[in-house]
Design a protein around this ligand. Structure first.
Ligand SMILES: [Mn+2]
Length: 327
């Protein structure tokens, strides 16, 4: 962290980027770090390839996030947030890789330690918790706007203090953010309070698609492109649906298969792109399962992308359940 601090003190033009299809921690770390650097007179660009999900647009500073980068040569430093690999930022990965100094700030267990400097703590509950540490060590001031982002990142990445990554820091940092002026009710109302009608309809279809392995240890939901179009929903509306599959009694691993928009390939037996999300009850390391398919994540939440036939994918996933130990 010392080297990162020394470097940041001298850098002038900084590009900050986070992963595609951002969650609360991705946007929270992007915005909190960006606002902090601006406050200490650094020129910054906040970049995220995907649109900002509606539930996070209440965060002060989201209007600064851009989805295009015009010229890369002006940046002396890029800070990559909440990404296990540089590829997670999306299409601009190669271009951003040319920035002279790359700082990798993350908490994913599968982090590849890319970049010039790394601040990676895999036992940290959220990347926003690392931003909090960094600002604190720098002696910086956390204002109310920054506090909202840090609080939201920790709240969402710990599943409202329910997931196994929840620790003392989660509560201590959030308590401090509340003392600075964050209203937990406002955050909860925005993040969890309202669902669009389409999302409720999508939930209905997702629940209908539930399949359980023969031994009862694995649950699987499938979301197709046509379900999204039928309910007029966006990929962001898929967020959190997997938790319904995870809550089922005796289930150790929950799987959500989401079909990527595939354009015009209408053949039912054609291979299609899928994102596979994996969640575990804590007894199974799903990051290891994801790594078998060149994916990544945490012990209890991981994922991978695959191009295959849906029937083959389902068979492969259900076969995984046989390897889940009993007890
Ligand atoms: Mn995170």
């Amino acid at each position: 962290m010392k080297k990162i601090i020394q470097h940041l003190e001298n850098s002038k033009q900084i590009l900050l980027a986070t992963h595609i299809e951002p969650d609360g921690d991705a946007l929270g770390s992007l915005i909190s770090m960006g606002l902090f650097l601006e406050a200490i007179n650094k020129k910054t660009t906040l970049y995220c390839e995907s649109p900002i999900p509606a539930i996070y647009r209440f965060l002060p500073g989201t209007e600064r996030v851009v989805s295009t980068i015009d010229s890369i040569s002006k940046y002396d430093t890029a800070i990559i947030l909440d990404c296990g690999s540089l590829q997670r930022i999306g299409k601009m990965d190669e271009l951003v890789g040319r920035v002279p100094t790359i700082i990798n700030i993350d908490h994913h267990i599968t982090n590849s330690y890319f970049g010039t400097y790394q601040f990676v703590e895999t036992d940290s509950c959220a990347t926003t918790a690392l931003i909090y540490k960094l600002i604190t060590v720098l002696g910086g001031r956390i204002d109310k706007d920054i506090a909202f982002s840090i609080y939201t990142g920790i709240l969402t990445d710990t599943g409202s203090f329910r997931f196994s990554n929840t620790n003392m820091d989660s509560f201590a940092i959030c308590e401090e953010m509340v003392s600075i002026g964050v209203d937990p009710h406002i955050v909860a109302q925005n993040v969890y309070g309202t669902y669009s009608l389409g999302r409720i309809k999508l939930l209905n279809l997702a629940l209908d698609s539930l399949e359980i392995s023969r031994n009862g240890k694995l649950s699987m939901m499938t979301l197709t492109e046509s379900m999204l179009s039928k309910t007029d929903t966006q990929p962001e509306d898929v967020d959190g649906l997997i938790n319904y599959a995870k809550r089922i009694e005796d289930v150790k691993v929950a799987v959500l298969l989401s079909e990527y928009p595939n354009g015009n390939s209408r053949l039912s037996n054609a291979k299609r792109y899928y994102h596979v999300s994996l969640r575990s009850d804590g007894s199974v390391d799903v990051a290891k399962i994801a790594a078998l398919f060149e994916g990544g994540g945490h012990k209890t939440a991981a994922g991978f992308d695959i191009k295959t036939k849906l029937s083959d994918l389902k068979t492969d996933i259900l076969n995984l359940s046989e390897k889940l130990s009993s007890g």
